[in-house]
Design a protein around this ligand. Structure first.
Ligand SMILES: [Zn+2]
Length: 129
């Protein structure tokens, strides 16, 4: 059960602490997250839903030190490589000692992102395992 509205429909669910929903081209096998309406590689239209692995490896990260539209500094964002061959851009759980290391194992979780008027917007983030 989610106590807010998802930042975007059909992007994730809350089973097992959060799962990212992707799709795969039935013709060439390429996986897309967020889901693509058709395959940008081979133009195949036979797309099937894939649930991505909850764990991956940190490919890169940075610490934001200036305010953005929705995030107060400091905040962390990163790129996570999942076993399916997909690289995900996501907010990272804030760690006071900024203990992120390239290549470390990360796990997705569902968390509050920001408030839109009085509605809590929910989305996915990654944290060290
Ligand atoms: Zn394809």
């Amino acid at each position: 059960m989610m106590d807010g509205i998802p930042v975007r429909e059909n992007l994730f669910d809350t089973i097992d602490g959060g799962r990212l929903l992707a799709n795969r081209c039935g013709a060439c096998g390429r996986i897309y997250f967020p889901k693509a309406p058709f395959c940008f590689d081979c133009l195949g239209k036979n797309m099937e839903e894939v649930i991505l692995s909850r764990r991956g490896r940190l490919y890169a990260y940075t610490i934001g030190r200036m305010a953005s539209t929705h995030f107060k500094p400091p905040y962390a964002v990163g790129l996570i490589d999942l076993p399916e061959g997909v690289r995900i851009f996501a907010p990272l759980m804030w760690a006071e000692d900024e203990s992120y290391k390239i290549g470390m194992e990360m796990e997705v979780f569902i968390d509050k992102l920001w408030k839109d008027d009085d509605k809590q917007v929910m989305g996915y983030k990654f944290k060290p395992v």
